[in-house]
Design a binder for this molecule. Structure first.
Ligand SMILES: CC(C)(COP(=O)(O)OP(=O)(O)OC[C@H]1O[C@@H](n2cnc3c(N)ncnc32)[C@H](O)[C@@H]1OP(=O)(O)O)[C@@H](O)C(=O)NCCC(=O)NCCS
Length: 335
């Protein structure tokens, strides 16, 4: 019997501080109606901001990872590898995975950082799945954690981006099994010609010094987005990669028990739903509560869906994400 990887543990954590749409109107010209109509977002979570030593992604990860370990009934010593996905690392270097290893007291196991932005969970899941299928490791932590609020331009200049993103963390543990369940396949894509449509330009290794007062004045350290181009590509790439994943596994849309799409904009998800003919009961969204939490989105969604009893044994779960890079992908997991 071949080895597969299944999800043995799930956990998520979002900061306590809630920023409602109306709170954003204090800093910029926007409104609850504009944000909700265009994106489906009502509120998002943000860390408390401090000039020094606030919470980074490795800090948000701790409670999420504790919950995932407890669900999997595993100890720190049982984990063979940390895969840490973040678009917003604590530092330029070292990676946030190494910081988490120390903060939680893991043995000196490998810690691999993944930088695939909104598609980071799919890339991390696929990497962990391959290590387990190959027989190298038995239990791998895939943790996706994002502190994006500290890169946001909370002014009129940044209002198109500011209203969409939030902070949060989701964690899964993948474990080896010889049962007929687990990750069926993952399909990954990228297209760097769109790199500058959703990016943070500075600090950059291409510039000396990497960050100047001038760059800060120009807002080059803020997340920038060409929303229309992202939207256009997302509604094309989601259906494409989902069909690829279904066909690879000889499955149809109607075979999917639960589709957990990336949460960037409810309108994107509704278009994908209509294009592929998913039924309402097959899809779970939570964008109204958290906005777009980049790579943390899908593991948060998975963890909430599980807590709400939406996932049962033998269910086929489809996950798909698209984001900066552009990078995108999809996986199907048999529960
Ligand atoms: C960002 C997004 C919500 C904007 O919606 P849109 O319908 O394309 O809106 P537009 O860009 O056409 O902007 C419409 C107007 O609203 C204004 N606007 C932008 N942000 C605003 C805000 N927060 N509040 C009020 N008005 C705003 C624009 O300046 C523009 O004004 P103008 O017509 O006078 O120039 C949408 O493009 C989107 O969701 N894109 C994909 C984003 C995404 O998925 N990102 C992450 C991928 S991982």
């Amino acid at each position: 019997m071949s080895i597969k990887s299944y999800i043995s543990g799930l956990g998520h954590y979002v900061p306590k501080k809630i920023m409602k749409n109306n709170d954003l109107s204090d800093f910029m010209e926007t409104s609850d109606e504009w944000i909700y109509e265009r994106s489906g977002i009502k509120e998002r979570r943000v860390v408390e901001h401090h000039e020094k030593d606030g919470d980074g992604p490795s800090d948000l990860a701790i409670p999420a990872v504790k919950d995932a370990l407890s669900m999997a009934k595993l100890d720190l010593q049982d984990i063979d590898l940390i895969i840490f996905s973040t678009a917003m690392p604590d530092y330029f270097l070292p990676g946030s995975g190494c910081l988490l290893q120390e903060k939680m007291g893991f043995p000196p196991i490998g810690a691999l950082d993944i930088r695939n932005q909104c598609a980071g969970f799919i890339y991390g899941l696929s990497t962990a799945d391959m290590y387990i299928r190959g027989g190298m490791y038995k239990n791998i932590l895939v943790v996706c954690s994002e502190v994006q609020s500290s890169t946001i331009d909370y002014s009129n200049r940044g209002r198109d981006v500011a209203v969409l993103f939030g902070d949060g963390c989701g964690a899964v543990i993948l474990s080896a099994t010889s049962d007929d369940r687990g990750v069926l396949s993952s399909h990954l894509h990228s297209q760097g010609k769109y790199a500058k449509e959703l990016w943070i330009e500075a600090p950059s290794a291409k510039m000396y010094p990497r960050l100047t007062n001038e760059m800060i004045k120009q807002g080059k350290h803020h997340l920038k987005m060409n929303g229309r181009e992202v939207f256009k590509q997302a509604v094309r790439r989601f259906p494409e990669v989902i069909k690829e994943c279904l066909e690879f596994n000889n499955l149809k849309v109607s075979d999917i028990s639960l589709f957990l799409p990336h949460q960037a904009n409810i309108r994107i998800n509704n278009i994908v739903k209509e294009k592929l003919d998913f039924k309402d009961k097959q899809i779970f969204n939570n964008i109204h509560k958290y906005g777009n939490t980049t790579s943390a989105t899908i593991p948060i969604l998975l963890s909430e869906a599980y807590q709400l009893g939406k996932i049962r044994k033998d269910d086929l779960i489809l996950v798909a994400a698209f984001g900066s890079g552009f990078a995108w992908g999809a996986s199907i997991i048999k529960w």
